[in-house]
Design a protein around this ligand. Structure first.
Ligand code: SF4
Length: 346
């Protein structure tokens, strides 16, 4: 991976672009007839459970966690691709959760998404020019084919697909995986959004080209001030590109801070375990599986108190009974654990 690293710029409180407050997304669990008749309270899957955070203008905000931790549901809920159970997500003064469908359509221009599989998210029968100009047409941003073509050429140049004319007439199957993901980024950029959610944008790409796409995100956040929410299971790539990182476990945010704070001085046992699994090459060092006991529990029936307590080597009785508050420790570094500072790092 190239040597470029995140800017980790001084981010001021006043620069907030998105405020997420107490966001909850529960899904009803389907039961068989007999089970349904026997059940007094229908079970729900608690995918996102009371999550709050701010995203600053121009930053790359990473949301990291294992598969099933709720990070993709969090992103889909913020984008209103699924409705929240409760809570708010305020984008520059507008609560996304309270908008009617026509108001939502207008706001879509401000928030774009890049999916994990660029091939799946593109119509194979459309050429690159049509794919990129589609959101321009849907949003009514352009009045002529010429105007659309100019914007397509500009955003293709922004994602370093040069000369743009050479790529406009190609179809998705004529592009490499990395080029397809660049087209996905160009399509997101075409409507000049305020922020882009990138959901595992490199996990399906060859390792050799992941760095290219991540560096492109970095470059766009620096040169054009585009804000990214980067959803990933991969702490190593998050460290590479993110200004700040939030760590999720079983629907809850357990740690949040600058990339340097979270990776260099993890406060939460879950983050310590993740880092131990990724960054410690010494096989004698305790890895993720050794630090945390057992499997991740079901989000349908999550543990009481701190959700990590059945797996946490430091758990005490209080952890079973009382959910830890999300507290600020040093600087902007926050974590939800009763015992921060009272146990040794793994
Ligand atoms: Fe472990 Fe208790 Fe901290 Fe949860 S609150 S992470 S169980 S020590």
């Amino acid at each position: 991976m190239a040597a470029m690293t995140a800017a980790h710029t001084e981010l001021k409180k006043g620069d907030v672009i998105l405020q997420v407050r107490n966001l909850v997304k529960h899904f009803p669990v389907r039961l068989g007839l007999i089970q349904a008749l026997r059940t007094k309270v229908p079970p729900v899957l608690k995918a996102v459970d009371n999550v709050s955070f701010d995203v600053y203008k121009g930053e790359i905000f990473g949301v990291v966690g294992e598969s099933g931790c709720g990070k993709t549901t969090l992103a889909r809920t913020i984008l209103r691709l699924t409705d929240a159970t409760s809570g708010s997500a305020i984008l520059e003064g507008t609560d996304i959760m309270s908008l009617s469908p026509p108001e939502m359509k207008k706001l879509r221009k401000k928030m774009q998404v890049i999916f994990q599989d660029p091939y799946e998210s593109m119509n194979p029968r459309m050429d690159v020019q049509t794919i990129i100009s589609e959101p321009l047409r849907i949003q009514g941003i352009v009045r002529s084919v010429h105007e659309a073509r100019d914007i397509v050429a500009r955003v293709l140049a922004d994602v370093e697909m040069l000369p743009p004319e050479e790529y406009m007439t190609r179809y998705p199957h004529e592009l490499s995986g990395g080029q397809r993901q660049r087209v996905a980024v160009a399509r997101a950029l075409s409507v000049d959004p305020d922020f882009i959610v990138a959901d595992e944008p490199v996990s399906m790409l060859d390792v050799s080209i992941r760095g290219e796409v991540l560096n492109l995100m970095l470059e766009l956040s620096r040169s054009r001030g585009v804000t990214f929410i980067y959803i990933t299971h991969d702490l190593a790539t998050a460290r590479h590109v993110c200004d700040r990182i939030a760590v999720m476990y079983l629907g809850k945010m357990v740690e949040l801070g600058t990339a340097d704070e979270v990776i260099g001085n993890p406060l939460h046992p879950y983050t310590q375990a993740l880092i131990g699994a990724v960054f410690v090459p010494d096989p004698r060092h305790r890895g993720f599986a050794d630090i945390l006991k057992g499997e991740i529990p079901s989000p349908v029936n999550p543990p009481s108190g701190c959700r990590l307590h059945p797996r946490c080597p430091y758990a005490i009785d209080r952890c079973k009974a009382e959910e830890p508050e999300f507290r600020t420790f040093e600087g902007t570094h926050q974590a939800a654990c009763h015992l921060v500072g009272q146990f040794g790092k793994s």
